[in-house]
Design a binder for this molecule. Sequence first.
Ligand SMILES: NC(=O)c1ccc[n+]([C@@H]2O[C@H](COP(=O)([O-])OP(=O)(O)OC[C@H]3O[C@@H](n4cnc5c(N)ncnc54)[C@H](OP(=O)(O)O)[C@@H]3O)[C@@H](O)[C@H]2O)c1
Length: 208
Amino acid sequence: MDLLKTNPACSEVVGIHRHTEFPIDYQNLESIESCATALSQVAPFQLIINTIGVLHTNQWMPEKRLEDLNAEQLMELMTVNAIGPALTIRHFSKLLDPKNSVMVTLSAKVGSIEDNRLGGWYSYRASKAALNMLVKTTSIEWGRTKPNTALIAMHPGTVNSRLSKPFRGEQIGRPADQAAAEMFNVIEHLQKEDTGSFLTYSGEKLPW
Ligand SMILES: NC(=O)c1ccc[n+]([C@@H]2O[C@H](COP(=O)([O-])OP(=O)(O)OC[C@H]3O[C@@H](n4cnc5c(N)ncnc54)[C@H](OP(=O)(O)O)[C@@H]3O)[C@@H](O)[C@H]2O)c1
């Protein structure tokens, strides 16, 4: 938010989370459409970034083995990491500037099927892979209906955050403001031809 607020090319920034006036909470999927409807007053937006995602909750840690796989955890991660973001793309698509816009949703490299070497983390990997497919499929439709919009799945790299904390995030992750600056550097140079890509924070293409 701060990075965008201080950018001279940016006239207005709106931040949305679970506790804003028009909240989005993926435990209540109807909040997505209500929020988008409320924001239509201030549309169009040239850039929409969705950072919502979960790896672990109070109840669940990522599965180490197949024995740990269970329906509740898989459904919860699918809801927050794939269904919520996909419905956000759907409802927020109406707010995008049809002349020139970018929509980025944060995914994760571990959601790449081709890049999966270590296994484990079943629900997180599967939910981010599902998200990736939803992004790619939408980008194909938007090639026809929103030709001036780039829709991107982005891997932020390892960031020191609540999400990475149980996995030595404080030691191996970089600060969130640094990660945001690196990602924004890629986002500002995106072209409409980049639509339907899965990119890292440094602009490299990842295999789906
Ligand atoms: N950190 C990493 O190393 C890393 C690596 C690869 C990918 N990612 C991805 O990057 C994104 C950001 O991760 P992060 O590191 O910033 O994690 P984080 O610090 O745990 O932040 C997650 C965000 O998601 C929100 N959120 C979680 N569940 C939600 C729900 N049901 N409804 C609405 N909002 C919800 C949280 O809101 P509250 O504050 O209200 O809980 C918080 O703003 C995620 O998509 C993650 O999968 C992160």
